[in-house]
Design a protein around this ligand. Structure first.
Ligand SMILES: Nc1ncnc2c1ncn2[C@@H]1O[C@H](COP(=O)(O)OP(=O)(O)OP(=O)(O)O)[C@@H](O)[C@H]1O
Length: 649
């Protein structure tokens, strides 16, 4: 179902909406039939959350930089597929005073890009990363309401529950993950006077594109079928997508494919290819092996035709590859590892040690605090070695409930245990066949599973849950943890014999505050975020950053730079205090005002830098001191004090 308040707003005279708002603010109730039913329900929900339409908004939660970084990390895949699509959307909306926003499934804004002028106004109603726009906190609004109704929505001007948001027009659509769960929301928000007629179509198109990318990534190892009623529709945003396990069970489907085949989400895991179409697995596999991959017609069981293109998944390719003559000759490419060396001696030593044993048959153990880049390092190891064409599979042992890790890792047969989806799964270990398996947070793996893992490492074969023949596997193992495994062994939480299997080569990655290459690292990250721009940090900000302890390490730094770039106007080339998330800016400011343990010459330098920043801010705000103070993130009194202390001239 689609909630289209905007159609209603277009049909409903403004006077009806005004009357509805009057009733809402005076009696709290709105008469039947005055406004769209979905809008009315959303207003009722908002009221149920104890929100008042007028007056000050209640304190909504705002994530700290570390919390935002963690949320972004959790939704890394979503964010990385959404980013290019958001850029495209932003291009379409340029000069319309709008922001393009990605929020997570809890309504927390993860990323925003848009016009600087509007970003400034939007900031005032907390339309910026870290803020939460769940209906519980902001009442009816496109992001929160799209999540509540699980459908696209336009919320225009006075349809917003809170008066203070009445200057906005917002269009949002939920992004559904490959398993049918809502992962987040894509939104365009702007000034209500600039309402963009095609915003809803644009957002829906963008969401479909992200969903397709997520599906292809999640099911990269599976055989995938792309379906449409016309051959030209294959590859378009309206195509149906199916993923099959290598024994032909349906393991994933998008909504379009379910509709085309008359299936429901409950059929995922419960149907085979033969049950869905007049087609069998060997035929499909033969199609996959033929070059060109042109669409073919297939029949549904009611006899009607569909067009289909089959794409072999990674492990299907690996299997075919193994059956073929010889393996491709080994060639090493160290670029991915070299990229991690931005000048820090400890990191350089780790990269060099890694390169020496790159393709030796040993296990790797990566140690380091959370966010230092252990997974990034593991990916670089994979990309630099001879296995780089084969899958890289990462499993976070701490993120999965204990009962699920076993099934996730070792796979299971259809119907192996109660509550399991019925499709069966080959398991992550087999998905990594030929490639690299990263077991992240290995220190959190339950003891019973440690024993099973040890057996897999010794025997080089896995037996799926629910029985069946053991299957031979060949993978490079990389484990990572922020825990001290020796201490875990002493405490009886980690098996010593497994530890010795894992630590073929142990690499300790440095925390960010220990690294000596912060400027280079920042430069590299900025190039990654904004490849076409030459960006740099304001000098006093760079200084404060170099003295900060960075509890979230590279993850926190990267996320702060993402926020900063999103808030940077087109003409700005320098990242300054006001581009940073508030709480990080506060902490950095605290550092820069602390007496620096620096030689006098540098102290003097810092004062000069601070003076220059203050003067520049005042100049760029044409003498408007309130605005300058806001940009600098200091109170007006502090600004007056700083101005009084400026050297003459
Ligand atoms: N060399 C790098 N260049 C740019 N960004 C990096 C680099 N290393 C890490 N990052 C950033 O830091 C984030 C965290 O990295 P990663 O997931 O590898 O850390 P981790 O040590 O595995 O963290 P955890 O222990 O919490 O799983 C990455 O998503 C990326 O944004």
């Amino acid at each position: 179902m689609q909630t289209n308040f905007h159609h209603v707003a277009a049909r409903t005279p403004g006077s009806r909406l005004r009357e509805a708002r009057r009733q809402l603010t005076t009696t709290g109730e709105v008469a039947d039939g005055l406004i769209d039913a979905a809008l009315r329900r959303s207003w009722e929900r908002s009221r149920g959350f104890g929100l008042a339409p007028v007056g000050r908004a209640p304190g909504a939660p705002h994530a700290s930089a570390a919390q935002l970084a963690r949320a972004l990390e959790q939704q890394r895949e979503l964010a990385s597929h959404a980013r290019p699509v958001m850029e495209f959307l932003f291009e379409q909306m340029r000069d319309t005073d709008s922001l393009v926003i990605l929020a997570d499934a809890q309504g927390m804004l993860l990323e925003a890009m848009g016009d600087a002028n509007f970003a400034d106004r939007a900031q005032r109603v907390a339309l910026r990363p870290g803020a939460n726009w769940h209906e519980r906190w902001r009442g009816t609004n496109a992001i929160g309401t799209a999540l509540a109704d699980a459908s696209p929505v336009v919320v225009h001007a006075g349809e917003h529950y809170l008066d203070r948001n009445g200057f906005l027009t917002c269009t949002a659509a939920p992004i559904t993950g490959p398993d049918g769960r809502v992962l987040g929301v894509l939104d365009i928000s702007g000034d209500h006077r600039g309402h963009h007629r095609h915003a809803l179509a644009l957002v829906r198109l963008a969401v479909r594109t992200v969903e397709q990318k997520l599906f292809d990534t999640r099911h990269a190892a599976n055989l995938r079928l792309r379906l449409h009623l016309q051959p030209e529709g294959i590859g378009s945003v309206t195509e149906g997508l199916l993923a099959l396990s290598d024994d032909g069970w349906l393991v994933g489907a998008n909504a379009a494919a379910l509709a085309m085949l008359g299936l429901s989400r409950a059929d995922v895991g419960a149907a085979t290819i033969e049950q869905m179409l007049q087609l069998d697995l060997p035929t499909l596999m033969a199609w996959c092996r033929q070059p060109g991959g042109a669409p073919r017609t297939v029949r549904r069981h009611d006899g009607s035709a569909l067009w289909l293109r089959a794409e072999a998944g990674r492990h299907v390719l690996v299997a075919a590859h193994e059956a073929g003559p010889a393996r491709r000759p080994a060639e090493t490419r160290a670029d991915a590892l070299a990229e991690l060396d931005t000048g820090d001696p400890a990191m350089r030593a780790a990269v060099e040690r890694a390169r020496r044993v790159l393709d030796k048959p040993i296990s790797w153990l990566l140690l380091g605090a959370s966010g230092v880049g252990k997974e990034v390092f593991a990916r670089a190891l994979h990309a630099s070695g001879t296995r780089r064409e084969a899958p890289f599979v990462a499993v976070n042992c701490a993120a999965l409930p204990e009962q699920l890790i076993e099934a996730e890792l070792f796979g299971y047969r259809p119907g192996a245990f109660t509550g399991a989806s019925r499709e069966g799964a080959i398991g992550r270990i087999r998905e990594a066949h030929g490639g690299t398996l990263l077991l992240d947070e290995i220190g959190d793996m339950p003891l019973a599973l440690q024993a099973r893992l040890l057996r897999v490492l010794q025997d080089r074969q896995v037996t799926p849950l629910g029985g069946g023949k053991p299957v031979a596997v060949d993978f490079r193992l990389v484990c990572a943890t922020h825990r001290n495994l020796r201490r875990e062994i002493e405490a009886g939480r980690f098996r010593e014999d497994l530890y010795y299997r894992l630590n073929g080569l142990t690499l300790q990655l440095p925390s960010l505050c220990e690294r000596q290459d912060l400027p280079h690292l920042v430069a590299r990250m900025l190039r990654g975020i904004e490849p076409d721009r030459e960006l740099q940090l304001a000098p006093d900000l760079a200084l404060a950053m170099s003295r900060y302890r960075w509890p979230g390490n590279l993850r926190q730094l990267n996320s702060a730079l993402h926020t900063a770039c999103a808030l940077l106007a087109d003409h700005e080339a320098q990242i300054d205090w006001w581009h940073l998330p508030d709480d990080l800016a506060d902490e950095l400011r605290e550092i820069s005002t602390q007496a620096p343990a620096m030689p006098a010459a540098e102290t003097a330098d810092l004062k000069t830098l601070s003076d220059r920043t203050v003067s520049q801010a005042v100049q760029s705000c044409a003498g408007n001191l309130s605005e300058a103070a806001r940009r600098l993130g200091i109170s007006r009194n502090t600004l007056y004090r700083k101005l009084r202390q400026l050297p003459p001239g």
